[in-house]
Design a protein. Structure first.
Length: 266
């Protein structure tokens, strides 16, 4: 996805060097539609420059600072020397993330989605979370809740969340579910204790996963899972509940897994 319009003065932009002249370098802006900027020779590098080609090459991807934008003369002045290594690294990573998110949009909406639909959905994500990538990231972590308040349809939200959860890796996500455990058999409390130990994994939970089971209010127990990504968290949550239900049924009791807390409603 490329933005329409013009970049702002002071903004960092990603560009591809298209043409090198003795007086400077022309750069195609990768994030903006049909926009081209100029890096004057004095802004290519600090100090005296004998040959511009000693510092840049055609086809090179660079990060530049926007010095000035003149819409009347259709000119964008750029600086290469005013961007430090940290800024360059962060900007390139953000740009790569947006390219990933652009591909995810195609997966979510389908290859046949028209430009109008794509733009409308993209604008909703950007408006809600600042960028396409952050929109998908929040959808992976929080699901449909992350897209509440947007003008997206239920089908669009569902497709975006599904795509996000299949493709986005985030540092850690937390998911929560609940299991009701009841045991009127002779094993009573001991049977429930056995089921809770099963829910906690009996030492078989992966090292990268934190899983905790806590009491909410009879007969409800909370299962909280923290994991490196949504798929792992969901899998471990469901497996924990499955173990608990199987264990309590083995003790002569009954169990049920559900996603929403019920105790407050009783």
């Amino acid at each position: 996805m490329k933005y329409s319009g013009w970049p702002d003065t002071g903004e960092l932009v990603v560009g591809k060097i298209d043409e090198i002249e003795d007086f400077g370098v022309f750069v195609d802006l990768e994030e903006y539609q049909d926009q081209r900027g100029l890096i004057h020779i004095s802004e290519v590098a600090s100090g005296w420059i004998k040959n511009v080609r000693d510092h840049v090459r055609e086809g090179q991807i660079v990060v530049c600072k926007v010095l000035d934008v003149d819409t009347e003369s259709q000119q964008i002045d750029l600086s290469l020397k005013d961007v430090n290594d940290h800024q360059r690294s962060d900007k390139i990573q953000d740009w790569k993330n947006e390219q990933k998110a652009d591909n995810w949009m195609s997966l979510a909406l389908g290859e046949d989605a028209d430009d109008e639909t794509y733009t409308a959905v993209a604008n909703e994500l950007i408006g809600a979370h600042g960028s396409l990538y952050d929109g998908f990231k929040q959808a992976a972590i929080h699901g449909e809740e992350a897209l509440e308040g947007t003008d997206l349809s239920a089908d669009e939200i569902g497709a975006l969340v599904e795509t996000a959860r299949e493709n986005v890796s985030v540092p850690y996500v937390t998911v929560t579910g609940y299991v009701d455990l009841e045991n009127a058999s002779p094993t009573g409390v001991d049977g429930i204790r056995t089921a809770l130990e099963a829910a906690e994994g009996n030492g078989e939970v992966p090292d990268e996963v934190d899983l905790e089971v806590s009491y909410v209010g009879a007969p409800e127990y909370r299962i909280n899972v923290r994991a490196p990504n949504y798929k792992t968290a969901e899998s471990q949550l469901e497996e924990s509940a499955r173990r608990a239900v199987a264990a309590i049924e083995g003790e002569g009791g009954s169990g049920e897994f559900h996603r929403e807390r019920r105790t407050d409603d009783e």
